[in-house]
Ligand binder design. Structure first.
Ligand code: ADE
Length: 236
């Protein structure tokens, strides 16, 4: 279970049994057993810190050092898609890196060496996350599933989010949300053949009030969503 910030996982480790904490690669990892109703999972929880490189390093450590056979990301994102509002949940169907540009050597946004722009999340895990998200939000229509874009930028103006949305849409990429880690974890998991899924609660609309909305949401709401959705996911 991977998140960028402590608030995106707060309280979760306390609910595990037989927890062992290990420091590795400058990060804290917690191993323990999650016990549900008639089902248990051995988990490793980690905080990556912010950004694509930090997330990729942590994902590689989860796989190489801790033997993770599946990775789930839980965190917050800025909403970009029509009808994606603060408090909604977006489950990623696939990911792209919005700040990747190796043109003219490769088409804009294409991952050099991969022959594609978007990396898909695991369908079975994503369906379970989506079902758990629908149970968590007030109306089913507020749990979305679609493309999420990652980049090493906090998108914090209406102008920047509009440019991102329309630029990607012009190339056929209808993006629902923006954050700073998921596409990197998707790429690491793709390289290792490890199934990956991600859920992001919408903390802001990547507009002029994004920084304030983000801080409020992360402080007050994010961990409750994470707890509820992870519990429903693991139970499934
Ligand atoms: N994570 C949450 N909100 C975000 C935003 N507006 N831009 C990038 N990452 C985010």
């Amino acid at each position: 279970i991977l998140s960028a910030l402590p608030e995106e996982q707060a309280g979760w480790v306390q609910g595990l049994q037989d927890v062992r904490a290990t420091r590795h690669a400058g990060r804290q990892f917690w191993q323990g057993r999650w016990q549900g109703a008639g089902v248990a999972h051995e988990l490793v929880c980690a905080l990556s810190g912010i950004g694509k490189v930090a997330a990729a390093t942590t994902a590689a450590a989860l796989i190489e050092r801790f033997g993770a056979t599946r990775i789930v990301f839980t965190g917050v994102a800025g909403g970009l898609g029509p009808g994606v509002r603060v408090g909604d949940v977006v489950v990623a169907s696939d990911y792209l890196q919005h700040d990747l540009d190796a043109s003219p050597l490769f088409p804009r946004w294409e991952l050099p060496g991969y022959g594609r722009t978007r990396l898909a999340c695991d369908a079975v895990m994503s369906a379970a996350l989506h079902a758990a998200s629908r149970d968590c939000v007030s109306e089913a229509g507020r749990a979305h599933c679609g493309l999420v874009a990652s980049g090493d930028q906090f998108v914090g103006s209406a102008q920047a989010s509009q440019a991102l949305r329309t630029g990607l849409a012009a190339a056929g990429h209808e993006v629902l949300a923006v954050e700073m880690e998921g596409a990197a974890v998707a790429q690491t998991c793709h390289d290792y053949g490890v199934p990956f899924a991600a859920m992001r609660t919408i903390s802001d609309c990547a507009d002029d009030s994004a920084a304030v909305d983000f801080s409020d949401f992360v402080r007050n709401v994010a961990s409750r969503y994470a707890q509820e959705i992870l519990t429903g996911f693991l139970q499934r």
